[in-house]
Design a protein around this ligand. Structure first.
Ligand code: PLP
Length: 400
């Protein structure tokens, strides 16, 4: 089962013009028709392989969408110019004025800000809950709720969503379960576990080279068609399109994603164990000390491990900053937001990617000001990296 997605990606066979082994990039925003009637027909009924205008679909984005649908085991997928482009389109496609969403309270700060500050303009209300508490999730649902929204492994606290149980709740109440799987491609298969819609920021692990933004919605053919409907589709009408040139480069990187995820996970597990043995407060889903170790061990695809993200608690903001500066000086990686890059990236979420969340709410959800999130890179010699990291941890007094 777990090799199925990798096999499907392996089996993609796209011939380019002149027999190129990569599909030819279609560098056109619009497409010609040999008869006016056939153009009119395409406005009425979509036909596979026929293109009208690139905001609707274009060949390169369709190839990339096919690869991502294979990754997540869905019928179809729609790519966008950023993860937020995909998230906002899904929400505005599914929710109307007066509707409500039950969402995990620990989610990416941009999504949180969109839910909290932007959706009220459309009279859409979001009830934030501790997604690991299924009773709280059920209590938050009312007759206006349309969707349960969560991240498979959450940003930045690395909480684990019990997707099968959330799916039971959402099916019983006729809701949609939407899962952002950005932190765990290959590691979690949300669709198989019961999600209706799976979203990714392609900016992270999937592309893996931090040279572009991108997003995807993986779902049924019916939902993807609704999103690009010329009259009422959120993706079509809001227009968060990915450029075809970028789609071509991301498509090539997907073919190494299975190898990269294994290496990110292996290296993160190594560092997490060393940190724990050294008495540093570390959170990593692959450690038995993680609150949901049992759950993720049941849910994940074993050969891909527990993904590449871990957090350490540097206890206060200043120490977190000094540690990150030192780690950059030691060339362990970069002090930068984002994740899933081939080099290690680290940032302090309380003052960066989660700064949209008010301080009192950060405290309530356990997001300490000294939290350092690390996305562990693809280092061949991870022991050497650990030697460098120890030096930094000792210098700030987190290790003896
Ligand atoms: N979802 C998660 C879990 C993220 O971490 C991010 C960005 O950090 C996003 C969505 C947004 O993606 P993008 O920056 O590509 O818009």
């Amino acid at each position: 089962m777990s090799k199925e997605s990798a096999n499907q990606i392996q089996d993609l066979q796209f011939f380019g013009e002149y027999g190129g082994i990569n599909p030819s990039i279609t560098d056109s925003s619009t497409f010609t028709f040999m008869s006016a009637r056939s153009m009119e027909e395409l406005f009425e009924i979509e036909r596979e392989g026929c293109y009208l205008y690139s905001r609707h679909t274009n060949p390169m984005n369709a190839y990339l969408g096919q690869a991502l649908a294979s990754l997540e085991g869905t019928e179809a997928a729609h790519v966008a110019g950023s993860g937020m482009g995909s998230i906002s389109s899904v929400i505005l496609q599914l929710c109307n004025s007066g509707d409500e969403i039950v969402a995990a309270r620990t989610i990416y700060g941009g999504t949180y800000a969109f839910f909290k500050n932007f959706l009220p303009k459309f009279n859409i209300k979001v009830n934030f809950v501790d997604i690991t508490n299924l009773e709280k999730v059920e209590t938050a649902i009312n007759q206006n709720t349309k969707m349960i929204y969560c991240e498979g492994i959450s940003n930045p606290l690395l909480e684990i969503a019990n997707i099968p149980e959330l799916s039971k709740i959402s099916r019983a109440k006729n809701l949609k379960l939407v899962v952002d799987n950005t932190f765990s491609p290959f590691v979690l298969k949300p669709k198989e576990l019961g999600a209706d819609i799976v979203i990714h920021s392609l900016t992270k692990f999937i592309n893996g080279s931090s040279d572009t933004l991108g997003g995807v919605v993986c779902a049924s053919k019916e939902f993807i068609s609704q999103m690009i409907d010329v009259n009422s589709g959120a993706a079509m009408l809001l227009g968060p399109v990915m450029d075809g040139l970028r789609a071509a480069s991301i498509l090539k990187n997907i073919h190494t994603l299975h190898l990269r995820m294994k290496k990110h996970s292996e290296n993160a597990m190594f560092i997490a164990k060393k940190l724990e043995e050294s008495g540093v407060r570390v959170v990593y889903p692959g450690l038995e000390s993680h609150r949901s170790y049992g759950l993720i061990s049941e849910l994940h695809q074993k050969e891909y491990g527990y993904s590449g993200l871990l957090t350490i608690d540097a206890e206060n903001h200043e120490r977190a900053n000094t540690l990150m500066e030192l780690m950059q000086e030691e060339n362990i990686g970069y002090l930068a937001v984002s994740l899933g890059f081939y080099k290690t990236l680290f940032s302090s979420p309380g003052s960066s990617t989660s700064s949209e969340i008010p301080e009192d709410e950060q405290a309530e959800m356990g997001l300490s000001s000294g939290l350092v999130r690390m996305s562990i890179g693809l280092d061949e010699d991870i022991e050497r990296t650990w030697q460098r990291m120890q030096k930094c941890l000792r210098a700030v007094g987190l290790m003896k």
